[in-house]
Design a protein around this ligand. Structure first.
Ligand code: FAD
Ligand code: SF4
Length: 482
């Protein structure tokens, strides 16, 4: 490195991290708007200047879709925000969403050299705020253009058609990429509206729904058809789709079946699976199937079982529903929690209590069948288990009751077996996860898969990466049919 370059790096390392403004905690629990207000142009340019443009770009390597982060930040630094947004869109279909939702501390930002560097005076600074810059420049672009950038070219119809099952990140990425190449795409979705967990799970305060609505509108503009309220495996099978109008099928069915605790009282009134609680709290009744349209009773004392990101979504939803006491019940300590620290900080600021080293024994109800509390037991940590985290061990005689009129169970998700069970020749694991090769091809010719139904419950960005890989394999497959 030349002396001039070394000097430039030192100058960049001297720039302090730009704080992303967020709504005050007291205000934000009174509304459902996004917690983070986002960068303004000036702060974004300063924050982008913090990137030292390392040639090896470990941030890009740690990003599941390989976003050219240094390339985009060089343009933000110069004030070319639209150019930076275009760079993110080259490798990602959902940059404004990933920028808000990725656990950056264990992906791009977790590898950012700026976060590891010790300055001459010995102090350290956080990594460059990559995710929030990504959403800043792509939001900015949609505002400037009044929508998504229009495709640079319009491909002629190839005459090939694909049925895509599931409208989450994986399915939407496949649909966009193949539609842009001139293939006919029809997306089948069980919920009344498209978007998968982006709509039916992730709360408004993490990402406003308008972003997904705008993206769906853009996809419809590309000619993609959405058939909602269709449960594939019951209303139509994959075999029927392949025998009928479709040359190929992509399975992007996610992992949406909430795990059960397997303890007494899970069916009491007021006890909810996490997704049911979140969608009823965050969406309008007309966005829900009929069985979920009853408005949630205003909770007073809420216990949420589980310590991951879904659990944080539930506790923060409960605060916004007006609950007086909200407790997260988790059987290990914060050090073993899998979700984002940022979400726990936000939850604590909003007044959520954390009962760590606590496991539920049974859910208690009154004679009318309404939940009244959760009997719990204190735990201590033992030896590490298969997950590598220290195992919770019950402390005899430590039972106690947490009073609750509402309980949400947020202890993870599994895949729905219906598609593997109703599709001839489709191999799945014991946990109903679909088996694929490195490109997204399943054991059944013409059927591709990706996202949580392959990986188990994971992330928006990993589902997106799978969808992008599968779209390539599907294009290749179509070319063999010509
Ligand atoms: C509450 C919650 C919060 C989360 N928060 C984050 C976060 O902050 N950051 C992050 O990165 N990840 C988060 N995740 C995980 C992330 O949302 C998922 O990993 C991602 O959405 C998976 O994408 P996918 O396309 O595989 O499936 P999904 O988004 O699950 O979409 C699958 C779709 O397929 C539909 N479907 C399933 N079976 C059928 C069928 N037989 N017929 C028709 N349709 C069917 C489902 O209804 C669903 O809409 C969260 C998950 C949950 C549940
Ligand atoms: S997609 Fe996720 S991991 Fe990749 S740069 Fe954006 S925020 Fe980071």
């Amino acid at each position: 490195m030349s002396q001039q370059q070394t000097h430039l790096v030192h100058r960049k390392l001297d720039i302090g991290v730009q704080k992303v403004p967020k709504q005050d905690a007291g205000d934000r629990i009174q509304n459902w708007d996004e917690t983070y207000l986002g960068f303004d142009l000036n702060a974004a340019k300063i924050e982008a200047q913090r990137c030292i443009q390392c040639p090896s770009a470990p941030c890009q390597e740690a990003c599941p879709v390989s976003n050219d982060i240094p390339g985009a930040f060089a343009l933000i630094e110069e004030g070319d925000i639209l150019g930076a947004a275009d760079i993110f869109r080259e490798t990602s279909n959902l940059p404004e969403m990933c920028g808000r939702l990725c656990p950056q501390e264990s992906l791009c930002e977790g590898s950012c050299v700026v976060g590891f560097a010790i300055r001459p005076d010995g102090h350290a600074e956080p990594a460059v705020t990559i995710g929030k810059l990504e959403s800043f420049c792509t939001d900015f672009q949609r505002r400037e253009l009044d929508g998504y950038p229009r495709p640079k070219y319009s491909a002629a119809s190839t005459g090939r058609s694909i049925g895509i099952i599931g409208s989450g990140p994986a399915g939407l990425a496949v649909a966009e990429i193949l539609a842009l190449d001139g293939h006919s795409c029809t997306v089948f979705e069980f919920w009344p509206e498209p978007g998968g967990v982006l709509v039916y799970g992730i709360p408004n305060f993490k990402m406003r729904k308008q972003i997904v609505d705008d993206y769906i509108e853009y996809l419809e503009g590309l000619g993609i058809a959405f058939k909602c309220g269709v449960y594939v495996g019951r209303d139509i099978t994959v075999d029927e789709m392949l025998d009928g109008e479709f040359d190929a099928v992509f399975l992007g069915t996610g992992a949406g079946v909430g795990n059960e605790l397997g303890i007494e009282g899970e069916n009491l009134t007021g006890v909810h699976r996490a997704t049911d609680f979140l969608v009823r709290g965050n969406l309008e009744p007309d966005q829900l199937p009929e069985n979920l349209r009853d408005v949630l009773a205003k909770p007073r004392n809420v216990a949420v079982i589980g310590g991951g990101d879904t659990s944080m979504d539930c506790v923060r939803t409960a605060m916004r529903l007006g609950a007086e006491n909200v407790t997260c019940v988790y059987r290990r300590t914060e050090a073993e929690m899998l979700g984002r620290a940022e979400e726990r900080i936000n939850a604590r600021e909003e007044g959520v209590n954390f009962d760590m080293l606590t496991a539920p024994l049974r859910i208690i109800g009154d004679e009318s069948g309404q939940v009244t509390g959760v009997e719990c037991q204190r735990m201590e940590l033992g030896e590490p288990d298969d997950s590598g985290r220290r195992r919770p061990v019950p402390i005899e005689g430590s039972e106690f009751v947490i009073e609750a009129d509402t309980v949400a169970i947020a202890i993870g998700y599994g895949a729905d077996p219906v598609v593997p069970k109703t599709t001839e020749g489709l191999n799945a694991t014991g946990k109903d996860l679909i088996e694929i090769d490195g490109s997204g091809r399943t054991s059944r010719k013409g059927v591709f898969a990706g996202g949580d139904n392959v990986n188990g419950a994971d992330l928006v960005v990993t589902a997106l990466a799978d969808g992008r890989r599968a779209a390539e394999a599907i294009s290749e497959y179509f070319s063999t049919l010509d």
